[in-house]
Design a protein around this ligand. Structure first.
Ligand SMILES: [Zn+2]
Length: 105
């Protein structure tokens, strides 16, 4: 589906910019991307199953940015964060839905 196909993905100073094939444009702040990280560990932290994980502070998010974006097959990207976190694989469908559910800032 055209809606879930990006034509361009770029890092800005504050977030990820995505241009979609259906001409929709998304700007996803790093804070939101990281809070919604779909990996198993972040999922466990959000649901409270990971008892020993401390939720990150505001300072953490202020200094957070991406060091790399790696393509995963034809349907997703892996986001590499500056704190070393790299297990989150974000499907295009997930990114598009995230952008449509994120209020404009
Ligand atoms: Zn994660």
């Amino acid at each position: 589906m055209q809606k879930f196909q990006p034509t361009r993905i770029e890092r800005s100073s504050t977030g990820l910019e995505i241009q979609w094939k259906d001409s929709h444009h998304s700007e996803l702040p790093y804070r939101i991307l990281r809070q919604k990280c779909p990996c198993a560990r972040c999922d466990a932290t959000r649901s409270g199953k990971d008892l020993f994980h401390i939720l990150p502070s505001d300072d953490f998010f202020e200094n957070l940015h991406l060091v790399d974006i790696q393509r995963v097959g034809r349907y997703a990207v892996r986001l590499i964060w500056n704190d070393g976190h790299r297990t989150g694989i974000y499907t295009f469908e997930f990114l598009r839905e995230l952008s449509e559910n994120t209020p404009e800032t």
